[in-house]
Ligand binder design. Structure first.
Ligand code: ADP
Ligand code: MG
Length: 675
């Protein structure tokens, strides 16, 4: 008899080959398959007419096969099958490539549901390679699964149907009954059936709510267990110290939000439990200054600070900024990155060990075992979303319970932040430094690029600087067609559109020393235009840069575009971001032109991309929240948290027999998260 842990090959139609494909999706058992939720659904409940079909997204059309043309051999290995279908009002030409079987299966005069993107003008509408379904009036939503090449949603759906039938009555419904009842949740069984094959929107919503509740409940329970085991820790409490000297180190006034965040942090640093604070602020809101204030305060108290950044470029930049900022204060700053020479590394490590350095700025290199501190009191991670839970923990192991400040521009809702970072406090920089103007963002198609170059030249002539971002480092044999690469683009632009201007190039494959030199030259203004890959995505701060042009913008995620765009608009001058793409009607790209607000961008991203690993949970080593609608239903996060705490209150170590399943599952989660 099949159980949830039965190998997937037990299912009909799943042989060794398909099992291998499933393994690529992380599915090896029947239970795994049931937990593989659709990422979307094809809505057959409202099929579109052929004339009314939208152009910008796929849709379902109910139509009858009117005529079939004979197979057309275009060349060896490429055959076309053309089929004319009609919905009684107008015709649609459906084309299949190389799928003899699908085309042959369609019978003339029979009605089917065709799902695909419609193109062509009215009267000559076309659809290529649609999915075809028998016209089943009970079919209202068909699941679309995250796929890998060789597997189709139809295959998965068939396997899931069988898996559901085989496992009837075998579900591990670990969520305590009282909690289910109190929160009006449906059973796990019902949820599983409806998440794969919802009968209507309501059933789908109910299923999502139940599954999401369970995922969040588990997460909260797991993190609640960690918290319990770490609560007794004592920290390096600090004493109030004057910050006046610090505030005289830079020419501008802090924003109110920065001031508030600094007050929050310094108060934490003076307590006897370690600070655990998330500083969240959109790109350009001035998080680094808050970090600097904390490092200064720690140094006044005789404690060292370690600040970890996700890229070498960013680490080097922070090192330079802070070396300059703290020059003459007696606070010493050192840099530690993987690409430094062995002798230089050894010297820095020695100075950290003997306490000569007050601040260590670095990359993952700071995590090495050979790195130790004489009196580490504060650990800061910049752009925290780039790091995993285990990495953050590794750094905090360098001292007995240091204070921790994590900084991120990724706008995660407060409640979700709790989940990812544990029980932390939150400071938000919801205010930009004075005089900032929102970046104006435009979307243009490639033919208008020359004009955009002219626009950039004007700004360079005015003494400002610019970035051009390309999706590729270099054209190679396997690079997709039509993508710009930094290497070719830099050469080309330096000779043509920007001849006579100082053009530099930056990408991840360059040697660290080269990268640093280029960044330094751009920072100092020696270079006017920087042609780059996304290595500049996070953190880079050159306030004199006012224009950014992004080639093949459709290749980037929305949040990534927002981060990139954050490289300009960092000074008082008006700044511009020009997105170049053939997809000028893309809703994603249009959305980002409309707003400068990172939270809105993230929300839009979530709406358009669907769920999945939106918040980078996987990067944090935590299970990915698979169900959608997270932003809409943040109240659920609070409810699950309360429910988890309630369970832990009565049974802190989950030792009761009815909690055995929960204990096992949460232990597993913590193990994978490296806790
Ligand atoms: P992010 O939050 O993206 O890390 P940064 O800390 O890099 O932002 O700050 C962006 C820029 O704004 C830097 O050039 C920084 O010196 C400057 N800056 C920070 N705070 C202020 C302020 N209060 N007034 C004016 N400029 C500021
Ligand atoms: Mg930053």
């Amino acid at each position: 008899m099949a159980t949830l842990s039965t190998n997937i090959q037990y299912l009909k139609g799943v042989g060794e080959k398909r099992a291998r494909l499933y393994a690529r999706l992380g599915i090896t058992t029947i239970g795994d398959l049931l937990d593989h939720y659709p990422r979307d659904y094809i809505d057959f409940s409202h099929p579109s007419s052929i004339t009314g079909a939208p152009y910008d997204r796929p849709c379902a059309v109910r139509a009858k096969v009117a005529a079939k043309a004979p197979e057309q051999r275009i060349r060896k290995g490429l055959s076309l099958f053309k089929i004319l279908v009609t919905d009684g009002q107008s015709d649609l030409l459906v084309t299949f490539f190389n799928t003899k079987y699908t085309a042959a299966a369609l019978k003339e005069e029979e009605t089917y549901l065709f799902y695909g993107r419609v193109s062509g003008r009215i009267g000559r509408r076309e659809m290529s390679s649609p999915l075809v379904f028998a016209d089943d009036p009970t079919l209202s939503f068909f699941p679309v699964y995250p796929l890998t090449e060789g597997l189709s949603s139809k295959m998965i759906a068939a396997n899931v149907r069988q898996a559901l039938a085989l496992t009837e009555g075998l579900d591990r419904d670990l969520l305590p009954a009282a909690i289910q009842k109190a929160n009006g949740l449906c059973s796990r069984r019902e949820a599983l059936e409806s998440i794969h094959f919802p009968s209507d929107e309501e059933a789908l919503a109910r299923a999502r709510r139940r599954l999401m509740f369970e995922e969040l409940f588990d997460l909260n329970l797991a993190l609640g267990r960690v918290k319990r085991s770490s609560q007794k820790e004592a920290a390096a409490p600090m004493n109030p110290a004057s910050m006046d000297n610090f505030f005289s180190l830079f020419p501008f006034e802090l924003t109110k939000a920065q001031q508030r965040a600094i007050d929050d942090c310094l108060a934490d640093l003076c307590r006897t439990v370690p600070m655990n604070r998330l500083l969240q602020g959109d790109v350009g809101s001035g998080k680094t200054m808050v970090a600097a204030a904390c490092a200064y305060f720690a140094a006044q108290n005789g404690y060292q600070t370690a600040m970890m950044a996700p890229t070498e470029i960013l680490a080097a930049q922070h090192y330079q900024t802070w070396s300059k900022l703290f020059a003459g204060t007696g606070i010493t700053v050192g840099l530690l990155t993987g690409s430094m020479g062995a002798a230089a590394k050894r010297a820095v490590k020695e100075q950290l060990r003997n306490g000569q350095l007050s601040i260590a700025v670095g990359t993952h290199a700071l995590l090495q075992e050979s790195v130790s501190f004489s009196r580490l009191g504060l650990v800061i991670t910049d752009e925290q979303h780039r790091f995993g839970v285990s990495q953050r923990m590794a750094l905090t192991q360098k001292a007995r319970y240091p204070h921790v400040l994590v900084m991120s521009a990724t706008p995660i809702p407060r409640t979700l932040a709790f989940i990812i970072y544990g029980d932390l406090d939150l400071s938000i920089l919801d205010e930009m430094p004075k005089g900032r103007r929102p970046v104006k963002t435009y979307l243009i198609d490639p033919p208008k690029r020359e004009r955009a170059y002219g626009f950039i030249r004007k700004h360079l002539d005015a003494g400002e600087q610019a970035y051009i971002v390309c999706p590729l480092v270099e054209q190679g044999e396997n690079s997709p067609e039509g993508l710009e690469s930094a290497v070719e683009e830099a050469e080309h632009l330096a000779q043509k559109a920007f001849s006579g201007y100082a053009v530099g190039m930056l990408h991840g494959r360059m040697k660290a020393a080269e990268k640093e030199q280029i960044m330094a030259d751009f920072q100092s203004g020696k270079l006017q235009l920087l042609v780059s890959t996304t290595v500049i995505e996070v953190g880079v701060d050159v306030p004199n840069a006012t224009v950014m042009l992004i080639q093949n913008a459709e290749r980037f995620g929305l949040s990534q575009l927002h981060q990139l765009r954050g490289r300009v608009g960092r000074g008082a001058a008006e700044s511009f971001c020009i997105l170049v793409s053939t997809q000028t009607d893309s809703p994603r790209l249009r959305a980002i032109c409309k707003t400068n607000d990172g939270f809105q961008v993230a929300e839009e991203d979530l709406k358009l991309r669907g769920p999945g690993d939106f918040f980078g949970l996987r990067q944090h080593g935590l299970p990915v929240i698979k169900t959608a609608g997270l932003l809409e239903d943040m109240a659920l996060v609070d409810k699950t948290r309360a429910a988890a705490l309630q369970v832990l209150k009565t049974d802190p170590d989950l030792l009761l027999p009815e909690h055995a399943g929960l204990r096992e599952r949460t232990s597993q989660m913590l193990e994978t998260a490296g806790a």
